[in-house]
Design a protein around this ligand. Structure first.
Ligand code: SF4
Length: 433
């Protein structure tokens, strides 16, 4: 049985935001619009948290030098550049950082200055993921976002300038699609504006209404006007076509890039390799087994204290972690353009030829219907979702994987440590949303 490849990636979770957006159920701590990490409002909270995350990094089991680092949140650009440098230094001390490593920082428009961007780049950040979401002030206000159109445009122009003069290696713009009241024309307008700004990478997520959010409450009250399913699927198809014409490749369900700009950190996860993660709510899987840290500061601090006494969690140790299951490998692999080779994936999980011949045809049989419907295509042993149809309706196919997995006799794959089958994450490594 093979475990994940040795981890060469790390995710750091910075949970602080100005305020909680109306659709967000991430593990975040809203600190108010006036937060100032240096020594203003919220600074003590931020500093206390940084002590915790630094403690976690310093007490991590060792591993090989890192090839990718992703600082996400939350709004990591609320940190001062020196605080970010401190985190990067701690990772370098613990693991080392490979020459040419991809170091990404999530940044929100209006949460940093040009000087701060400059300083961050000097400290090693070479890729920015910018949470633009929309170019429309009314939409942004309706999402509960703090920034406005002019902030998005300004930040995009800075990013593009930094890319052109080599201070950044790449940058990405995040957009949300299928928002309340968003029709075809409005979405086409968003895409047109986005392409004009020339981000080399775009992440596009469809709005999903999560329990406990303001949007969920509005939906219950019947005042959230979400697009109908057909309209939403049309916009997904339009997106792929529009961006393909503009020179972007859809390399994963939610991610589009110009040549050479696919996120290396994201690909680590989809390739089945392991990754470290640090911070409250962050999910790590250095050797295949996923482990999610507690989602509140108090519980996270307590967990760190317990680790000090009991030693690292078993999933963090190569000798005791449960390897990645075939189910997980298929669920994450199918999200990518390359798709999955069933036989190969099963062999990576240590399946014998006998076990493969016993169980894999059942899954192939379940997938046949999707071939006929044009949702999947098959080349030799490799299966993949068609784009845009299969990717737009990927849930149907992923559910079929889960049902097949649950129908297997318990000995088909070693049980997970908890005995509970876990669901895949659709986010990049470590992101808990
Ligand atoms: S959507 Fe992003 S900025 Fe808004 S609360 Fe969630 S993590 Fe913070």
């Amino acid at each position: 049985m093979m475990s994940a490849l040795a981890p060469r990636s790390a995710y750091l979770h910075i949970p602080f935001c100005h305020r909680r957006c109306f659709y967000c159920d991430f593990a975040v701590v809203p600190l108010g619009d006036r937060v100032n990490a240096q020594n203003g409002p919220g600074s003590l909270t931020i500093k206390a948290y940084l002590e915790l995350i630094l403690k976690e990094i310093r007490s991590s089991p060792p591993g090989p030098p890192l090839a990718t680092i992703y600082i996400g949140g939350g709004t990591p650009s609320l940190l001062t550049p020196d605080q970010v440098r401190c985190l990067l230094d701690a990772l370098a001390d613990r693991f080392g950082v490979q020459r040419g490593a991809e170091i990404t920082l999530e940044m929100d428009p209006a949460s940093f200055s040009l000087e701060e961007l400059n300083a961050l780049v000097r400290h090693g950040v070479n890729r920015v993921s910018l949470g633009g979401q929309s170019f429309d002030d009314v939409v942004l206000a309706g999402l509960g976002r703090r920034h406005r159109r002019k902030d998005v445009l300004e930040a995009c122009h800075w990013m593009q300038r930094f890319l052109q003069d080599g201070r950044l290696r790449s940058w990405s713009l995040d957009l949300i699609r299928n928002l309340p009241n968003q029709d075809d024309e409005a979405w086409a307008d968003v895409l047109t504006q986005a392409v004009e700004l020339q981000p080399p990478h775009l992440s596009i997520y469809d709005l999903s209404v999560e329990p406990g959010t303001v949007f969920a409450r509005r939906e219950q009250q019947g005042v959230l006007m979400l697009p109908d399913e057909d309209g939403a699927a049309d916009r997904i198809a339009f997106t792929t076509q529009y961006l393909s014409d503009a020179g972007y490749c859809r390399y994963e369900i939610s991610n589009f890039s110009r040549p050479g700009h696919a996120s290396r950190h994201n690909r680590v996860y989809w390739s089945g390799a392991g990754w470290w993660a640090f911070g409250l709510g962050a999910t790590s899987a250095p050797w295949g087994e996923r482990f999610a840290r507690p989602r509140t500061r108090e519980a996270y601090a307590e967990w760190l204290n317990r680790q000090e006494l009991d030693g690292p969690h078993s999933s963090l140790l190569s000798q005791s972690a449960t390897p990645l299951s075939l189910e997980d490998r298929l669920l994450v692999g199918l999200r990518c353009r390359e798709g999955v080779d069933l036989q190969q994936q099963a062999q990576h999980c240590g399946w014998t030829a006998h076990r493969c011949s016993l169980h894999l045809p059942q899954l192939a049989e379940r997938w046949e219907q999707f071939l006929n419907q044009g949702l999947m295509e098959r080349r030799g042993g490799r299966w993949r979702l068609t784009d845009p149809l299969g990717m737009a309706l990927s849930n149907q196919i992923l559910v079929e994987v889960v049902q097949w997995w649950e129908s297997l006799p318990i000995h088909a794959d070693p049980p997970t440590r908890t005995g509970v089958l876990r669901r895949p994450e659709s986010s990049p490594p470590g992101v808990q949303g």
